[in-house]
Ligand binder design. Structure first.
Ligand code: GLN
Length: 177
């Protein structure tokens, strides 16, 4: 998805060295407990946290949203604890309750954006400087806070690059482009 965007060179980040070279970071979906453990094992958690504090634009999709949250419902542990959001894991139910939808999300695109939810979290509360970008059926599914973005859904599993473009523009702005 990123390689379809002009001016964007996507790379995978699996080490601290690779992290140093990027000007924006996407925390993908998957299983937040596993990604959280791997981040710790490869000492990426502190390195990512420090770069976020210094203003690295970051976008968490699904499990990535959970990694960014300061609060996770019914779980004592958090991971990066960067965003002023309280999230509920697997909020829509099990794998079988995965679903698709679509929604117009104004600052991102003036066309409806396809949404894919896979054992997705939702956001139960935003506070501090976090702002709701989108809600579906009364549930918050996208949040922005300064250089940080979090979505319950998976734009990379659709053909629509609107959200990737939106994030790339956040990154370009921090670079003064
Ligand atoms: N349910 C997963 C978790 O709690 C997230 C699922 C996903 O990223 N698609 O980590």
């Amino acid at each position: 998805m990123l390689s379809r965007l002009p001016g964007v060179k996507p790379v995978e980040v699996k080490s601290k060295n690779e992290l140093e070279r990027v000007s924006g970071l996407i925390l993908p979906g998957g299983e937040s407990t596993t990604i959280g453990k791997l981040m710790r094992d490869f000492q990426l958690d502190r390195a990512i946290g420090e770069r976020i504090e210094k203003g690295l634009p970051v976008w968490g999709t699904c499990a990535g949203m959970i990694l960014l949250a300061k609060e996770i419902v019914e779980e004592p542990n958090t991971y990066l604890g960067a965003m002023d959001i309280r999230v509920r894991r697997n909020a829509y139910g099990s794998q079988l309750d995965s679903f698709t939808s679509s929604l117009r999300i104004d600052p991102v695109s003036n066309l409806p954006i396809p949404l894919v939810f896979i054992r997705a979290p939702w956001v139960e509360r935003v506070y501090g400087s976090a702002e709701v970008l989108a809600a579906l059926d009364g549930k918050i599914i996208a949040v922005r806070q300064g250089q940080m973005l979090a979505t319950s859904f998976h734009p990379e599993l659709t053909g629509d690059t609107a959200f990737h473009r939106f994030f790339a523009e956040m990154v370009f702005r921090t670079q003064g482009c």
